[in-house]
Design a protein around this ligand. Structure first.
Ligand code: FES
Length: 157
């Protein structure tokens, strides 16, 4: 059977139909690639909200302060040496730890942490990070939950 005998009632042969389909697919792929290039350098994921938390003035937190900032998921402490903040987010799978008699305890899988955040039991792979505490220009304490500091780093006012 020749190609000429495979034409439909509109006069289009099978070969013409396949050729046009292949060309259409080819040009669609080229157009998609070209149109996609300008989008590549821009991140599709938008940045989340800032995780810097402005608290009150230092005078509002006397020595002996041990507060859990529930919404912000960290603990703020003040002792005789200064302020320090420890995250409340468990380093195992991200549950929120609570204070226990000797430090912190995670309710999800039983990790336990010492008062300075070191792992003392359970599956947590690393200590609870300490967070940077600083003072804003208008004299308020600020905790940066995105910036870890070395264990034992305290902020003196
Ligand atoms: S999430 Fe804390 S122990 Fe698993």
């Amino acid at each position: 059977m020749s190609d000429e005998t495979c034409k439909d009632k509109n006069g289009i042969s099978r070969r013409d139909l396949l050729t046009k389909s292949a060309l259409g697919t080819f040009f669609a792929a080229i157009a998609g690639t070209v149109l996609g290039f300008p989008v590549l350098p821009k991140p599709i994921v938008s940045p989340g909200p800032s995780r810097k938390y402005k608290l009150g003035t230092p005078e509002e937190f006397p020595a002996g302060t041990a507060l859990k900032m529930d919404k912000e998921n960290f603990f703020l402490f003040r002792d005789e040496e200064g302020f320090f903040a420890i995250t409340a987010i468990c380093t195992h799978l991200g549950c929120i730890v609570s204070q226990s008699q000797d430090g912190f305890a995670c309710p999800c899988h039983g990790s336990r942490f010492s008062a300075d955040g070191r792992v003392v039991g359970g599956p947590a792979p690393r200590a609870l990070p300490w967070l940077k505490v600083s003072l804003t220009p208008d004299g308020k304490l600020m905790v940066d939950a995105e910036q870890e500091v070395a264990v034992g780093t305290k902020f003196m006012v």
